[in-house]
Design a protein around this ligand. Structure first.
Ligand code: GCW
Length: 568
């Protein structure tokens, strides 16, 4: 047989052959040379999960693409064709898990009736190599089991969970495990009984362990009695528990300390817990980044987080190496992205939001890929291989995240959005029931300056980072300007690297952000004849909305902050 007249896709499991086949299709679709293929690929992170914040009534918390894909009323009997399409799309980018229901969980999802529905979905997803996970309500023993407590130290509670888990595995033999939001934003949890996160996680982990199930325990906690600076709370609660969790528990940590803001520094829990594997939680759905109205490609944002050096074990201790388990030698690893899918015809509300679903999967598989390389693949497969189209769209995508930061929250500002729905600006908001739900709590603008002082002279959140980051962040002159107002209260006339004062620079950043949206709109217009009219028109309308909203951010923020600047 002469060499090179066949192409072999092989792997160590059926699912992996499927992944390899999709990789090959991607090479064809992106017009790569296939004459001398010699590719080996393995995922860097073992569990690559989409988390759906979908409610059982079909609504989606922070969903901007229509109703939930899961039609619970029709399950388990009716299997919608889109379940297969969804699984195929996920498998094509290496996603191997899906958590079906909202972390603000309804206990009902663990009833036998709903488990049978979940089992039907698991049957659809199995051939694609995708396991299902569920979010649970910690109060389920009370709500479903008739118990008067869900205290994790009560043997009857542990027994209830064990029999529930046994039931789940009878129906779904490859069930992935649970995701838990406990004692966070009003959700029930072990602290309701004076027990702690490890107690709660461990009884669930013990029930899952015989089946190889995994427990994702979220670290998104910010109890004001723990610390007055919300950014510090998770470390203060979780670091003392390091070493106390069972081996099948991962502490699931958002990429950043406050929430999924347009830009924040990485979460200091990465590098602070050595004995506990940490799952990285990213938000694909753009809750704080213009939702499905703004074109914002998140590849660069996630790369910035993954590539961040924590210095936990000296230089090179990146967040990625903590998440993949290599830094502290953990065999279990997980990355989880809050999904942006829904039942909209285009899946994600905005045609360009699909790029974020795609980028999540690709980075989860290989965080060494660049944001640009991922954008390149996606554009070719979604829009065109025409170089003019490719160049224009790539320019749009690659500049879009920085533009969003500039027109919403430049220089380290954060949490300035409108209450509840989180779309649009409201820097003066100060009427929430807790201080850290107010926007004035975060920017602290006054006649002297603006920004949250988290330096050693302020809340000392910098102390949660390792040297030399701690010192860099602590000093107003060495703190990266992208995080300046996140770590410092800066005088209005402080000079920045550009030579402009802070106030001048702020105004400049808003202008730059808006100018980029205008550029995106113009680039998109120039492609009209090269793209299909329907999708082109849809994106055009979205870009107009984005521009209008970006201008609103500038107008409202400059007017609001201008009052303080003038009074100085
Ligand atoms: O950012 C906040 C969101 C909530 C969400 C919460 C969380 C699911 O506004 O909608 O609740 O984060 O991550 O638990």
């Amino acid at each position: 047989m002469t060499p090179n007249n066949y192409i072999l896709v092989t792997a160590n499991s059926a699912t992996a052959v499927l992944t390899g086949t999709f990789h090959f299709l991607r090479l064809l679709q992106t017009h790569q040379d296939i004459s001398a293929l010699d590719i080996t690929s393995r995922p860097r992170i073992r569990h690559r999960i989409l988390a759906h914040w979908d409610n059982l009534d079909g609504s989606i918390e922070r969903g901007y693409a229509g109703r939930s894909l899961w039609n619970w009323d029709e399950l388990p009997n009716k299997i919608d064709a889109r379940y297969h399409d969804y699984a195929r799309a996920c498998a094509s980018i290496g996603i191997n898990g899906t958590c079906l229901n909202n972390v603000n969980a309804n206990a009902k999802s663990l009833t036998t009736e709903y488990l049978e529905k979940t089992a039907a979905l698991a049957d659809v997803f199995r051939p694609y190599g995708i396991r299902v996970y569920l979010s649970l309500a910690f109060s389920a023993p009370i709500r479903l089991g008739g118990s008067d407590t869900s205290d994790p130290r009560d043997p009857a509670v542990a027994a209830w969970w064990k029999q529930k888990v046994d039931e789940i595995y009878r129906l779904i033999p490859d069930f992935g495990g649970f995701q838990v939001k406990a004692n966070s934003e009003g959700q029930p949890g072990p602290q309701d009984y004076g027990a702690n996160h490890d107690d709660g996680a461990n009884i669930l982990a013990d029930a899952l362990a015989p089946y190889g199930g995994m427990l994702l325990w979220r670290a998104f906690v910010y109890d004001t009695s723990v610390d007055a600076d919300r950014a510090k709370c998770a470390n203060k609660e979780f670091v003392p528990l390091d070493g106390k969790f069972r081996s099948n528990v991962l502490v699931q940590t958002k990429n950043s300390p406050i929430d999924f803001q347009p830009r924040e520094p990485f979460h200091p829990l990465f590098g602070a817990m050595k004995q506990t594997p940490l799952a990285l939680e990213l938000q694909i759905t753009q809750e704080y980044l213009g939702q499905s109205k703004h074109l914002v490609y998140l590849g660069g944002m996630w790369k910035e987080i993954l590539d961040s050096d924590t210095y936990a074990k000296g230089p090179g201790s990146t967040v990625a190496r903590i998440v993949d388990g290599s830094l502290y030698d953990h065999s279990i690893s997980c990355i989880i992205g809050v999904a942006n899918t829904g039942s909209d015809r285009n899946w994600c509300g905005h045609h360009f939001s699909q790029a974020n679903w795609y980028a999540f999967g690709r980075l989860a598989w290989d965080y060494g890929l660049s944001a640009e390389a991922i954008a390149d693949e996606w554009i070719r497969m979604t829009w065109s291989n025409d170089p003019r189209v490719l160049d224009a769209i790539k320019t749009m995508m690659l500049g879009s995240w920085e533009a969003c930061i500039n027109y919403m929250t430049p220089l380290g500002l954060h949490h300035m959005m409108r209450e509840h729905h989180h779309y649009g600006p409201d820097p003066g908001f100060n009427a929430a029931p807790r201080p850290d739900w107010n926007n004035v709590y975060y920017h602290r603008a006054d006649a002297k300056g603006i920004g949250f002082d988290r330096s050693s002279a302020g809340s000392n959140a910098v102390s949660q980072y390792h040297s030399p980051l701690r010192e860099q962040f602590d000093d107003i002159n060495t703190c990266s300007e992208k995080f300046l107002l996140w770590f410092h209260h800066v005088p209005w006339d402080h000079r920045l690297q550009s030579g402009r004062t802070l106030w001048e620079e702020l105004r400049h950043r808003y202008d730059v952000g808006i100018a980029f949206v205008e550029q995106m709109r113009n680039l998109w217009q120039s492609l009209q004849a090269r793209l299909d009219p329907e999708r082109h028109a849809h994106v055009s309308r979205r870009l107009e909305q984005q521009l209008e909203n970006a201008r609103l951010w500038r107008e409202v923020c400059i007017k609001y902050f201008g009052r303080f600047e003038l009074s100085k």
